[in-house]
Design a protein around this ligand. Structure first.
Ligand code: CDP
Length: 217
């Protein structure tokens, strides 16, 4: 059978990963969180004290780094980094790392290879526009900044990170701006993506909306 791709893009806190994970389970396809890959590279660069201006060392680091997904977890050089990549310090730096051309080139290639070999639901910022422009199904999830910041604040608190709501909201707005304004593959809705505003909607309501559209799988 041909491989099917579903692209889910949108800003931080729109609910992409929660929803994509559940749809992957329901449809028995692979879920790939591309943001986790950018986060993992950010973690490695920070751990190794690599300057984000030093392209040569960044490229060397990329070449010697292993990023893998196994049973829903992400492994950086063989170590599970599910928790570590959600640290506030990573939130603060990831958009700068994601704007570096060689980082995008390497990660986009890995993402495309995964989709060539598997039916996938992939979430990120540029899946419908750049990584999988021919995806059969494309969705763009949004929600108000206030609601997205509230969701992220609750999530961080649950994981033991103490950040004020204001700090979280500011960080999310900053990241939205960087992701939308960057030159290379900025965050934007693909022309053929279906827009889903998740403000005030439960996870199940959003999942139902999406499942309805992809019922042919
Ligand atoms: O989970 P959250 O929505 O906060 O973000 P994420 O999906 O984990 O992505 C973290 C960051 O990685 C984003 O703010 C982007 O800067 C970058 N990213 C990207 O540039 N392209 C992607 N396909 C996915 C993430």
């Amino acid at each position: 059978m041909d491989k099917v791709s579903i692209a889910i893009d949108g800003p931080a806190g729109a609910g992409k990963s929660t929803i994509a994970k559940k749809i992957a389970e329901a449809k028995k396809i692979l879920y790939i969180d591309t943001g986790a890959m950018y986060r993992a590279i950010t973690l490695k660069l920070l751990n190794n004290n690599v300057s984000l201006k030093n392209n040569e060392v960044i490229l060397e680091t990329l070449e010697s780094t292993g990023i893998e997904f196994k049973e829903g977890s992400i492994y950086l050089d063989g170590i599970n980094v599910d928790q570590e990549i959600r640290r506030p310090e990573i939130n603060k730096n990831v958009s700068e790392v994601a704007a570096i051309p060689c980082v995008r080139k390497v990660l986009v290639n890995i993402q495309r290879k995964i989709a060539e070999n598997n039916s996938v639901i992939m979430d990120g910022r540029d899946i419908g526009t750049r990584v999988l422009p021919f995806a059969k199904y494309k969705f763009f999830l949004t929600a108000s900044v206030d609601e997205r910041a509230k969701r992220r604040y609750i999530e961080l608190k649950k994981n033991g990170y103490e950040q004020s709501y204001e700090e979280v909201a500011e960080e999310i707005s900053k990241r939205d701006k960087m992701d939308t304004e960057r030159k290379l593959d900025p965050l934007r809705k693909a022309e053929d993506a279906i827009l889903v505003d998740t403000t005030g909607k439960t996870i199940d309501e959003v999942i139902d909306t999406i499942i309805e559209k992809i019922d042919t799988i």
